[in-house]
Design a protein around this ligand. Structure first.
Ligand SMILES: [Zn+2]
Length: 936
């Protein structure tokens, strides 16, 4: 062979091995059936679907046919459990797969396993025996982001392999494990995506092809209510989350893997910093390392690329890897590199193509490798699961935080809803039967607060940390969860370097994957304290009935003159909106009211019998019961004192809210979805409307328009001059416009002029120049829309809302422009004289900040919630803030602003009032903007 022939042969060999991967071609076709012998009677998914793996997308109903056929053919290994419906009435399933011997004693296995979760009643030696004799429980969940479609196809192959193969490694998994496959965590989102994708796809790898551009109304990543279900395990606000949570708590898995598909390479743990300090170490990291090395070996042998750490941290407790981890499992996220919006084929940066099939194959291999690793280590994994609670409780004896107390006085319905969430995760809560005093109580409203004596009323909820769920309780209820110092230092160093960079220079990204503050008492805005003492308090353990009773409302009788509805719960104003939307007449006392022999505060609602039809009595009885509102009857119009009776001049009639919400390209889906979900929860009616309709006369039958969070620049271009005029006409004519976050930025733009507030650090910000003379900053603008390729880098972009400050910061402006906050909780001061704060019975309120949008006090309007310029105490309550930037620039800004425009209003919210359905401190100001439309 000549040298030339040798080179040619070598070249051909290279081509044959790496094949089509070079030169813009695809990876070799993976064989999903190389791990037999297979039992012939068990059908392969393709025999039912009529297409090969990765050639097409499987719908939810088709998938159900596949799993039913496999279960019917392999009843010795497979059993399907229905775990609950989705909002669109699809049934979610949990498929248990194990050896025939295990399947025959599934209930016994489950009961033994449950014993591991309570070290008070199960000794270490009993736990040891269970670890030897019981299989481990592995929770394998797929497609929480409905458009990350590779994971959906992958689980059918995993299921088939486990149900049909007699390969030794597979039999070992079955012997040592009960595998629980969640066959679609977000069925509604998945179905939106695949129906759309199958209908337009031609398999083009061109990034500009229509099949890679999901329309706004489709975006299958999110659930029916446009919630990111992989951020929902703090409150389980969504049905799908509750279905899975209930099943999870029934089985107590030791391993939990959540399968995704967004980045450009495969990811599996170990995770990066920051790590939630509540996770026990080094045991958590050791397990990540063990699973990670096993997966690495499998990927290396397939010559597949992957990475570990990078941006995937283990900090925020709302993910489906962190929830399992904080319950003692090894919880992990796997991300594959293709499918979903990348479709059947997608061109990578270097011109090579990632196929749907190859990205399915990677999940398949990672799933099976992880199950094998778990099976080999099952005794140790089960023991560590037991130790998580046993050692967790032992470690608690020396800890400062002993107890959390929730005083339900300011909203007994909301407090009961929060306690209900705790109960879902087997947290034991007591309700005090009489008042009691803690000598060492700390308020949640201040960071590093000093302990002081505090007396709590009967009915207060008590959560003691000395119980099996201690680690989990601490992770969701502690006031602040610190981040690793190395992580904080690294980000502060990036911040300082960014401050030195010139205008127009690209800035370094920060390492925050998601919000840095979530403490539930603060997110909910309930009155809560944590204490260093935990003396016994008389009371009873909370059960479902206790909470139902606490949430129940009612009316004291049948009124002959009027009903008084005191504003005591968030649901009060929602009930009033429902009455108004049903055609009943309701009024509000704008001064202290005297009726029925007592005084009622400003903001109390009045329903006059004479102004309403006979059906008002039934409506009040029904709604007060359902919505937990206590209503009092008044049978005389006479007031014993004061100048306002139920018939007084200061009792003003309300207008039925006719609500439109902008729902269109440019509107942030989760923001719109959180308002949709909240209104549905309370039964308030609204109409979602495109921006084009809003511009072109669509508002004529409405008196409230809500513009959710979205890019200010995008709103500017889609509304345009004509749209801005339509908005001004609407407000001037008596309408109310409520804007949120980026929409509020839009309202302050010079060319829009819906508010006299200015953005801190913007061109129009006249206070900025006072510090020293400086070059003009760029216009507040137009956050650029992420390109599809940028979106696909990671799950990051929808974590913290637009993490871009509105303006680039030129070095001359160093520290005059707010750096975007990665989700921190700050203390706002309440102006209790404005109607927007009717019903708010506190002077300070915790609010989440997840952007760099700081609004200067309005000059012409009312600043209803502010970050007090004169505050001597730090504004930060929980989470990360930029030293030298955040606190200084946030002081003297407003969180809620009310502008009068003609006879109407524009009400600006700096952030989402119902972020993830989790922040609820702002509900009353938000509802008030709507229920009092056209009155003030
Ligand atoms: Zn995902």
């Amino acid at each position: 062979m000549t040298i030339r022939q040798t080179l040619l042969a070598a070249f051909c060999l290279v081509l044959a091995v790496f094949g089509l991967a070079a030169f813009g071609q695809t990876e070799p076709k993976f064989d999903f059936y190389a791990r037999g012998e297979y039992r012939a009677n068990v059908p392969r998914p393709q025999s039912i679907l009529r297409f090969d793996v990765g050639d097409h997308h499987t719908t939810y109903a088709q998938m159900e046919q596949v799993i039913s056929a496999i279960a019917a053919a392999a009843p010795d290994r497979v059993k399907i459990f229905d775990i609950g419906e989705t909002n669109e009435h699809r049934m979610q399933h949990l498929v248990a797969i194990s050896s025939p011997e295990n399947m025959a004693r599934l209930d016994e296995i489950k009961a033994n396993n449950a014993k591991l979760a309570d070290p008070r009643t199960t000794s270490a030696s009993e736990a040891n025996a269970i670890a030897q004799n019981n299989p481990s429980i592995a929770w394998m969940a797929y497609t929480i982001h409905g458009n990350e479609s590779s994971s959906f196809e992958a689980f059918m192959q995993v299921l088939y392999q486990l149900a049909a193969s007699n390969e030794q490694a597979t039999l070992d998994i079955l012997k040592n494990t009960v595998v629980l496959v969640v066959t679609g965590e977000n069925p509604d989102g998945h179905e939106r995506f695949v129906t759309w994708y199958n209908s337009v796809a031609i398999g083009s790898p061109d990034r500009n092809a229509i099949e890679h551009r999901e329309p706004w109304a489709i975006w299958g990543r999110v659930s029916h209510y446009r919630f990111n279900l992989n951020r929902d395990t703090l409150t389980f606000s969504q049905k799908e989350s509750r279905n899975m949570q209930k099943a999870f708590m029934e089985w107590h898995p030791q391993l939990a893997v959540d399968h995704h598909g967004q980045p450009s390479q495969y990811f599996f743990p170990p995770t990066s910093l920051p790590r939630n300090p509540n996770l026990p170490q080094p045991v958590t990291s050791n397990w990540e390392d063990r699973f990670g090395r096993a997966n690495a070996a499998a990927f290396d042998s397939n010559k597949w690329d992957y990475y570990v750490r990078d941006v995937y941290d283990a900090f925020y407790p709302g993910y489906w890897d962190m929830y399992p981890s904080l319950n003692g499992a090894t919880g992990m996220t796997f991300e594959t590199d293709g499918g979903g919006p990348k479709g059947l084929n997608w061109t990578r940066d270097d011109g090579t193509i990632v196929t749907f099939r190859s990205s399915i194959a990677k999940h398949y291999v990672a799933s099976l490798t992880t199950l094998e690793t778990n099976a080999k280590n099952k005794v140790e994994r089960i023991k560590d699961f037991y130790d998580f609670r046993a050692k967790g409780m032992a470690a608690g004896s020396g800890a400062k935080m002993k107890r959390v107390i929730i005083d339900p006085t300011s909203d007994r319905v909301k407090a009961a809803e929060m306690v209900d969430i705790l109960r879902l995760s087997n947290i034991e809560v007591k309700v005090a039967s009489s008042s009691f005093t803690s000598p060492l109580a700390h308020t949640y409203m201040e960071k590093d607060s000093k302990a002081a004596a505090k007396t709590f009323p009967a009915g207060s909820y008590i959560v003691d940390l000395d119980q099996p769920q201690r680690i989990f309780i601490k992770s969701i209820l502690e006031q602040d969860t610190p981040q690793d110092k190395a992580f904080v230092d690294d980000n502060m160093a990036r911040f300082r370097r960014n401050q030195m960079r010139g205008k127009g220079q690209p800035k370094e990204d920060y390492g925050f994957y998601d919000i840095t503050a979530w403490s539930l008492p603060l997110a909910f805005g309930v009155d809560a304290y944590w204490t260093e003492d935990a003396a016994n308090v008389a009371g009873t353990m909370v059960d479902a009935d206790t909470l139902e009773t606490a949430k129940r409302g009612g009316v004291s009788g049948r009124a002959s003159i009027s009903y008084i509805i005191p504003y005591e719960t968030d649901s009060t104003s929602a009930m009033v909106m429902r009455l108004l939307q049903s055609g009943f007449k309701v009024a509000v006392a704008t001064r202290q009211l005297n009726a029925g022999g007592r005084n009622w505060p400003q903001g109390t609602f009045v329903v006059r019998v004479s102004r309403n039809p006979e059906s008002i009595h039934d409506a009040i009885a029904k709604l007060s019961r359902e919505m937990g509102v206590n209503v009092t009857t008044v049978n005389s119009g006479f007031s014993d004192e004061g100048d306002t009776s139920v018939g007084g001049e200061a009792v003003l009639s309300l207008h039925a809210p006719k609500i439109a919400i902008a729902a269109d390209e440019g509107v942030t889906q989760e923001s719109y979805g959180s308002i949709w979900w909240t209104f549905d929860k309370y039964g308030v009616k609204f109409t979602p409307m495109t921006i084009s309709s809003i511009k072109n006369g669509g508002l004529k039958d409405y008196n409230v328009l809500i513009i959710p969070e979205g890019s200010a620049g995008r709103y500017m271009s889609s509304f345009g001059g004509g749209g801005v005029s339509a908005l001004k006409d609407f407000a001037s004519g008596g309408g109310t416009i409520v804007t949120i976050s980026g929409a509020s930025v839009f309202a302050t733009l010079k060319d829009v002029g819906l508010s006299s507030s200015k953005m801190v650090g913007s061109d129009d910000d006249d206070q900025k120049g006072k510090v020293e003379d400086d070059k003009p900053a760029t216009k507040p603008s137009p956050t650029t829309e992420p390109t599809p390729s940028a979106e696909m880098k990671s799950d990051k972009e929808d974590g913290v809302a637009p993490a871009l400050p509105p303006i680039a910061s030129p070095s001359a402006n160093a520290n005059k422009v707010p750096e975007a906050l990665p989700g921190s909780i700050m203390r706002a001061t309440v102006d209790r004289t404005t109607y927007l704060n009717y019903g708010v019975n506190r002077d300070e309120m915790p609010v989440l900040m997840a952007s760099g949008y700081f609004f200067r006090y309005s000059k012409e309007g009312t600043n209803a919630l502010i970050f007090d310029a004169n505050s001597k105490r730090p504004l930060t309550i929980s989470g990360f803030v930029w030293e030298g930037n955040t606190e200084r620039l946030l002081k003297g800004t407003a969180y809620v602003i009310d502008e009068s425009l003609g006879s109407g209003h524009v009400v600006l919210f700096a952030e989402d009032p119902f972020f993830r359905g989790m922040t609820r401190s702002n509900t009353r100001p938000f509802f008030n903007a709507i229920v009092f439309n056209g009155v003030f």
